[in-house]
Design a protein around this ligand. Structure first.
Ligand code: ADE
Length: 223
């Protein structure tokens, strides 16, 4: 998969994706990830990417020209162009799975108060939000989406089962709790069933505790 991120802060999204699993996915060529500085597609001395809003109001609006030039330079026939914005449809695990089947994503990161709407109308295939809160810009949101999508690509996770068994793979139920050694720590014991070697009972226990955690932390998932 190829992913191009267009942002005024390339380092903000690249830094967290350089480590660990996503870093290795890049090294082994499972993903070709690049972050581009939007200002590279400006032509004035100040490399300006924003301007005053028509109609007045607070803040600045991102100019259309650099986004158009950037997308036109990077686009391939298969590219899916996505704008990160708090006004987008909410990203979740199902969206991550859907995007992991694409071959080329171009992620546009908004900043300031907004982005000239001609970008949305003429360039963008879809708008995504990572949650109902407002970040200072879309760059961290792009990093979140890349992480969630790339770990689903074939060969990226060491143990393929972990992508299947995790929370949200089964809609509406969270994962049960996990334990590792020592079997007793500061008086707290690992549940006996996990030491029993009885796989069917362990499975049933995990399912039950997963449901319990769902009722406690995410009752909305069971509605
Ligand atoms: N930009 C600012 N806030 C955002 C959010 N919640 N999701 C995606 N992009 C954003």
């Amino acid at each position: 998969m190829r992913i191009d991120i267009i942002t005024i802060f390339p380092e903000i999204c690249l830094a967290p994706l350089r480590e660990s699993i996503i870093g290795r996915a890049q090294e082994t060529g499972r993903v070709n990830l690049r972050a581009h500085d939007l200002r590279d597609w400006t032509h004035d001395r100040h490399r300006q990417v924003d301007d005053l809003p028509y109609g007045g109001g607070p803040g600045m609006v991102m100019k259309p020209e650099p986004f158009f030039e950037a997308v036109e330079a990077l686009r391939t026939p298969e590219a899916r162009v996505i704008l990160l914005t708090p006004q987008g449809r909410r990203f979740d695990q199902a969206e991550a799975r859907r995007l992991s089947a694409e071959s080329h994503l171009i992620l546009l990161c908004g900043h300031y108060e907004g982005i000239d709407h001609r970008v949305v109308e003429a360039l963008v295939d879809e708008e995504l939000s990572i949650g109902d809160y407002v970040l200072t810009n879309g760059t961290l949101a792009a990093a979140v989406i890349v992480d969630a999508v790339v770990r689903l690509l074939p060969g990226v996770l060491g143990d393929e089962r972990s992508a299947e068994e995790e929370s949200f793979a089964a809609p509406g139920v969270l994962e049960g709790p996990h334990y590792t050694r020592p079997a007793e720590f500061r008086g707290m014991k690992v549940p006996d069933v996990l030491l029993s070697g009885h796989h069917a009972r362990i499975e049933a226990w995990r399912r039950e505790r997963g449901l319990e955690r769902t009722r406690e932390n995410r009752p909305d998932l069971q509605d």
